[in-house]
Design a protein around this ligand. Structure first.
Ligand SMILES: *[C@@H]1O[C@H](CO)[C@@H](O)[C@H](O)[C@H]1NC(C)=O
Ligand SMILES: *[C@@H]1O[C@H](CO)[C@@H](O)[C@H](O)[C@H]1NC(C)=O
Ligand SMILES: *[C@@H]1O[C@H](CO)[C@@H](O)[C@H](O)[C@H]1NC(C)=O
Length: 288
């Protein structure tokens, strides 16, 4: 083996090792989040590796991240409420505080046994949402853990499921479209009763004889710029780490096109009835 091949092999091994370390350094619920409501209905288990939320006829439950971030990548694995989950909503989202808040949502709307979940996404900027896109999962989200990702960098927001991009919201601030770029956000997660609207438009109610309902979270990981009293951990450097500039390459664009063609069930950008005076501006700009 000549030395350059040896060096290349070594680099390859190092890269693989770095990747393993990155994966192994995944967060710990005990350290990274606080249970904020529902009392004993939220439980951190397995030394911080697993968190379960449950919902009964008295209350749901939820947690939030201890850190606030201004741009970051958030990954979590989720196993949703199995069986008859009608009326329940499981969430994983980012939000800032205050009246004109920013928010980036992943919500999972339950359904009757055997009927499909809805993966609901929405983005609020300066207190205004109305940017819903919904998807059908292409797998049963209740039998195994799947990874859900919100990547939020200065150029775009990418939603991913099992690392497959399903939605992109580009920063078109230069075109007059507001983009969440000025308010730090925390992660929030919850399981709650929304049977007035969630399932089949509110027609199917929660069957309380099946309570408690439980959803499980694992492998929570947030990598990003932490905002605290000490300042911003990125110090204005928003190009040094891959997530900070990540976008879609040709392969990513092909995958998202395919996913949106096959699994998108609602797109505000295609809802002319809702926007009779014209679609929102970002809907007329390149999607990915
Ligand atoms: C809630 O569920 C419990 C257990 O099934 C039951 O005993 C109780 O009566 C219910 N409470 C209400 C307010 O429906
Ligand atoms: C529940 O199942 C029905 C029938 O398949 C479907 O129309 C609906 O979109 C599903 N999801 C929700 C959240 O209602
Ligand atoms: C930004 O961070 C990266 C890696 O963290 C570093 O290599 C780069 O020099 C930094 N750039 C500036 C301008 O500080």
């Amino acid at each position: 083996m000549n030395s350059s091949i040896r060096a290349a092999k070594l680099l390859h091994v190092l890269a693989a090792t770095a990747f393993l370390f990155a994966a192994a350094s995944a967060g710990n619920f005990d350290q990274d989040v606080s249970i904020t409501w529902g009392g004993p209905r939220a439980r951190i288990l397995n030394g911080g590796q697993l968190l379960t939320l449950s919902l009964d006829n008295i209350s749901g439950s939820g947690f939030e991240s201890k850190n606030a971030y201004l741009f970051a990548r958030f990954d979590v694995q989720l196993k949703l409420v199995p069986g008859n989950s009608a009326g329940t909503v499981t969430t994983f989202f980012l939000s800032s505080q205050g009246p004109n808040h920013d928010e980036i949502d992943f919500e999972f709307l339950g359904n009757s046994s055997g009927q499909p979940y809805t993966i609901h996404t929405n983005i609020y900027t300066q207190g205004v949402g109305n940017r819903e896109q919904q998807f059908r999962p292409w797998f049963d989200p209740t039998t195994a853990f799947h990874t859900y990702t919100i990547l939020w960098n200065p150029s775009r927001i990418i939603y991913m499921v099992d690392n497959i991009p399903i939605r992109v919201f580009n920063n078109y601030a230069a075109n007059g479209v507001s983009f969440p770029a000025g308010q730090a956000m925390r992660v929030y997660a919850s399981l709650w009763n929304a049977d007035d609207w969630a399932t089949q438009g509110g027609r199917v109610k929660t069957d309380w004889s099946k309570a408690p309902f439980t959803a499980s979270y694992a492998k929570y990981n947030a990598v990003g710029c932490v905002v605290s009293a000490a300042g911003n951990s990125c110090n204005g450097n928003l190009t040094g780490q891959p997530w900070q500039t990540q976008g879609l390459d040709g392969n990513g664009r092909n995958r998202i096109r395919w996913i949106q063609q096959k699994y998108m069930i609602y797109n505000y950008c295609a809802d002319l009835i809702r926007f009779p005076r014209g679609l929102p501006r970002e809907c007329k700009l390149p999607r990915f």
